[in-house]
Design a binder for this molecule. Structure first.
Ligand SMILES: [Zn+2]
Length: 606
């Protein structure tokens, strides 16, 4: 009953609110056709691709695919809570507020999960006091006792049911433990067991400082994986969280710029040196959500990643994502031979880290310096390769004045003739191109570049039109759907919630999947029906197999040989790949009459 009242209230406020008027307070909008257009506030652009549809009461950006209702606009743009936004607009519309005591069921469930997590933390803290191995590990990492307390470091003992029993005594049912992500189902038999054993436990908080999950660092050398996080739960969404964000937020609000580091212990090391503005992603790469979140606090961020290949590649990806969100990226370089902030603080002391941070360099300058130091740069071929590599990075900088600055740096440091360099970067052509197309921009942006849409977007767009196919896709691509965080979305599509009240459905989605959903809702490509859906299933399956295969190869390469269990895995994957290959043949057979004509493989794209 309470939920129905709440839903009716939200709908009434949305109905009574003029979306063009509200968004128009933040974005200059001009009418063109049915919609209003303006410069997108969520990504940097010079020509408008941001549209507001007053009839459907939705907004959508054809550039960065951000979209939603008037409420989600204010949540994203102003960083407010959903409830608070509805209350504010209700007041504007003269609709009385809802009684706060009548929480909706979703909030009640979250409250329950939070108490399960709090008890779990209590359990880890009790065991931390008793474990010698835990104390020895923190001593070896030289973590001060004040920081052990601030970060509430705990210990998961080597037991199968220690936590399960502890939570049972608090009246928590196994199902609830599972929903909170602190236990796993037994593979054989029934019941649940502790998720973590013999690990240092790091509680993870959301930006509001609410406990949402845990990361566990193995203590034994041979225990894999080294870090084991909570699974995705109603509260724990890796792509929407940053470790350390609730302390960092206070520092950012004081004007300090965000410092992005790679791991949990790097954040702790930064705190040791007084740098509380540090955050880390939770073992994933930086997402668009992260970039937009950081952009709300500062126009610039510093990045401090490992000097190894993985670290450098991750930084390059992050640079592209952050730049697109309008955030400038600096690189912090540690003194020679030091691996990470943690090592820097423990070996060289806090001052060494602080000095390194002060010596930050703009990302492209850092890359140009790296190239200049490379002996290959002396050869004409080496020069050409280096310059080719800079082109995509240089493009995302966006600002023409800054771009020219980097061209000068490149010319100087890499010893290339400036005008030849400018020509090679197409500087003059670009200017003409931009001026020429301005006039037609509205029409251009309204057409979604279909080849850029991802598998997830196109598959979802098809399923919105053919919801009866959802069960098939759920069966075939279960793991992939989980990874993409699309499980709830697809359930909603199958059960008709997506089409019954699209605006409300979009509001209730997790921000991390909303972009994908908005892109799918606005996708205007052709509809290949069931055949195209089947094509996607095999393309995605094949892509995942290749990814697994490549990871395995990487592991064999890094470990310099094959342990028996790895060899076994290789055999399994080889078998899967050969099955997939023969499977693919039948798909292209089918393809003759299928949507893609001769069955062109798109399996490796995207
Ligand atoms: Zn945008």
């Amino acid at each position: 009953m309470a939920e129905q009242l709440y839903e009716a209230w939200v709908a009434a406020v949305r109905e009574a609110t003029d979306i063009v008027d509200v968004i128009g307070r933040y974005v200059a909008l001009k009418r063109k056709g049915r919609n209003y257009w303006g410069l997108c506030p969520f990504h940097r652009e010079k020509t408008p691709s941001f549209s507001v549809d007053p009839e459907q009461k939705l907004f959508y950006c054809f550039g960065c695919h951000t979209g939603g209702t008037v409420f989600t606009f204010l949540v994203q743009h102003e960083g407010r809570e959903f409830r608070e936004v509805v209350e504010m607009l209700a007041k504007d519309a003269g609709i009385p507020p809802m009684d706060r005591r009548e929480d909706n069921p979703r909030q009640q469930e979250e409250k329950r999960l939070r108490s399960v997590l709090e008890w779990t933390l209590e359990y880890f803290l009790v065991h931390a006091r008793e474990s010698g191995a835990f104390a020895a590990y923190l001593d070896q990492r030289q973590i001060a006792s004040t920081l052990r307390e601030r970060f509430q470091l705990g210990y998961a003992p080597e037991q199968w049911e220690g936590l399960v029993q502890y939570l049972s005594r608090h009246g928590v049912a196994p199902d609830e433990m599972e929903q909170a992500g602190v236990v796993v189902r037994r593979r054989q038999g029934s019941g649940v067991v502790d998720r973590w054993r013999d690990r240092v436990m790091l509680p993870i908080w959301d930006p509001q400082g609410r406990l949402v999950g845990f990361g566990g660092r193995s203590l034994a050398k041979d225990q894999e994986p080294k870090y084991l996080n909570s699974p995705e739960t109603a509260l724990f969404r890796k792509s929407n969280l940053l470790y350390g964000s609730h302390w960092a937020r206070a520092a950012w609000k004081r004007g300090e710029r965000p410092l992005i580091v790679e791991g949990y212990f790097d954040v702790i090391a930064c705190h040791q040196a007084g740098q509380t503005e540090a955050v880390a992603t939770l073992g994933t790469s930086l997402t668009q959500w992260h970039a937009r979140y950081l952009a709300r606090f500062h126009q610039e961020v510093d990045m401090l990643y490992d000097q190894d290949n993985a670290g450098q590649e991750a930084m390059e990806r992050a640079f592209a994502i952050l730049s697109t969100a309008g955030v400038k990226v600096n690189v912090v370089v540690l003194p020679n031979g030091v691996k990470d902030p943690d090592e820097c603080v423990t070996v060289l002391g806090a001052d060494a880290l602080n000095t390194s941070i002060k010596g930050r360099l703009p990302y492209l300058t850092y890359r140009i310096n790296q190239s200049a130091a490379d002996p290959e740069i002396g050869t004409p071929r080496g020069k050409a390769i280096a310059i080719e590599r800079f082109k995509p990075l240089w493009k995302v900088v966006g600002d023409p004045v800054e771009q020219m600055g980097y061209l000068e740096q490149m010319a100087q440091r890499l010893r290339v003739n400036p005008s030849i360099l400018a020509q090679s970067f197409g500087v003059w052509q670009d200017v003409r191109h931009t001026f020429g197309k301005n006039r037609h921009n509205m029409e251009r942006t309204a057409q979604v570049p279909s080849h850029l849409a991802s598998h997830a977007v196109r598959l979802l767009a098809l399923l919105l039109r053919h919801p009866e196919q959802v069960p098939l896709v759920m069966d075939e691509l279960q793991e992939w759907i989980n990874e993409q965080g699309l499980e709830t979305v697809l359930e909603d599509v199958a059960e008709g919630r997506a089409t019954r009240d699209t605006a409300r459905w979009i509001e209730l989605l997790e921000p991390s999947v909303r972009t994908t959903v908005m892109e799918a809702v606005n996708y205007q490509g052709p509809d290949g029906g069931t055949l195209e859906i089947k094509d996607y299933i095999s393309a995605i399956t094949r892509q995942r197999q290749l990814q697994r295969w490549n990871r395995l190869k990487e592991r064999v390469y890094q470990e310099g040989g094959m342990a028996p269990e790895v060899l076994e895995e290789v055999r399994v994957e080889q078998h899967r790949l050969s099955v997939a290959k023969s499977g693919n043949l039948s798909t292209s057979e089918q393809g003759k009459e299928g949507y893609y004509g001769a069955g062109k493989t798109r399996g490796t794209s995207n």
